[in-house]
Design a protein around this ligand. Structure first.
Ligand code: G3I
Length: 335
């Protein structure tokens, strides 16, 4: 069949996948990715925790290896993520850092050193950055707090992160990325994201696009998707694009934990959900990229997400390819 990247290209879209260092060792999986994709993201290797696990000591080798392969295959690269807001995803040393007598300046110095070093290292090899990831508390729609927001103010810190990124990666698309979904359980999350984007736009923050993570499917809070969910989702996308923002699907997969055990039924359910979601989201001409968070079932982070496993203990089937790298109905739905 025609490669997904070729189908995407005809529509003016890029098509890609996230790959982690472990899966990167698997030549068959790499070959599948090279065949289907023209974009790659490092699943973990460009996060703060990976790049600057200790103060001032930067580690780029794992990401460099992956990106040089990506280049050799003609793939463009996205950067994920310069600042991941929840404190639990910042390195422990950052959370325990002594901010001294001038905490505002010190917070700004840490942010600047990290973002500038990463952006300068990758230069034009990265065309698009998730500058700030997950700044909104889903339950309340409020801004999350961390050691930086405590010193700088949340909107101020987010604004600063984008400005530093623009200064050191002036060529790059700068993205705010989050996991708000289309179901009723995500209403506050969506409202909070829009409020943040409005505040940034009002300040002239250089934010170019909204990243829709798009981990769709059977999450606990989801009411079944349906006409209401689609209307709300369109309203959300209308508001975001109305602010002049482009859209990217940055981490697509379909959580199937509440679908039946039977593999064929489950795969059909996953494909149907994906079709509904992608029909709406890709109908926006401003949606520029469709990036998967894993291409084959065994490679998905959902296999080890122990906060919400399948109750029957069966492996999840959230991606377009089986663990044996056979195409599943989800691939056809995406195509
Ligand atoms: O590399 C270590 C390994 O040395 C160690 O033996 C092993 C033991 O647990 O852990 C390995 O690190 C894990 C890493 O994945 C690589 O597998 C971390 O514990 C684990 O926390 C990490 O999970 C990642 C998670 O983000 C947290 O960084 C997932 O792979 C990754 O898929 C997930 O991705 C996030 C996006 O960044 C943001 N949006 C949501 C998405 C899904 O949670």
């Amino acid at each position: 069949p025609e490669a997904l990247r070729a189908i995407a290209q005809r529509k003016g879209l890029r098509f890609g996948n996230a790959i982690g260092a472990t899966r990167f060792q698997d030549p068959a999986y790499r070959a599948l990715m090279a065949r289907e994709c023209n974009v790659m993201v490092a699943e973990n290797e460009t996060k703060w925790q990976a790049v600057q696990a200790r103060p001032g000591k930067f580690t780029f080798a794992p990401a460099d290896r992956m990106f040089s392969w990506a280049r050799s295959q003609g793939m463009a690269v996205r950067g994920h993520t310069l600042v991941w807001q929840p404190a639990k995803w910042l390195p422990r040393w950052v959370n325990e850092h002594d901010f001294g007598a001038q905490p505002v300046r010190e917070a700004e110095r840490l942010l600047r050193e990290h973002i500038a070093t990463v952006c300068r290292h990758f230069g034009k090899d990265i065309y698009s950055y998730d500058v700030v990831n997950e700044a909104i508390e889903p339950a309340t729609g409020g801004l999350r707090r961390n050691v930086f927001t405590e010193r700088l103010g949340a909107v101020e810190q987010i604004d600063l992160a984008f400005r530093i990124a623009r200064e050191h990666a002036p060529h790059a698309q700068l993205v705010y990325n989050d996991y708000m979904r289309w179901d009723a359980g995500s209403a506050k999350h969506r409202a909070g994201v829009l409020e943040l984007l409005r505040a940034l736009k009002a300040r002239g923050t250089p934010v170019h696009a909204l990243g829709l993570q798009s981990h769709i499917g059977s999450w606990d809070e989801s009411a079944p998707a349906g006409a209401d969910a689609m209307t709300e989702w369109r309203r959300f996308l209308d508001e975001a694009t109305g602010m002049g923002l482009d859209l990217l699907i940055t981490e697509f997969d379909v959580n199937d934990r509440k679908l039946p055990a039977d593999a064929a039924l489950r795969d059909a359910g996953v494909a149907a959900l994906a079709r509904d979601y992608l029909d709406v989201t890709l109908s926006y001409p401003r949606t520029r990229d469709l990036v998967l968070w894993g291409m084959a079932d065994h490679a998905s982070w959902l296999q080890s997400w122990d906060e919400a496993p399948r109750l029957d203990g069966l492996p999840m089937r959230p991606t377009p390819y089986s663990a044996q790298l056979q195409a599943k109905p989800l691939r056809a739905a995406i195509a």
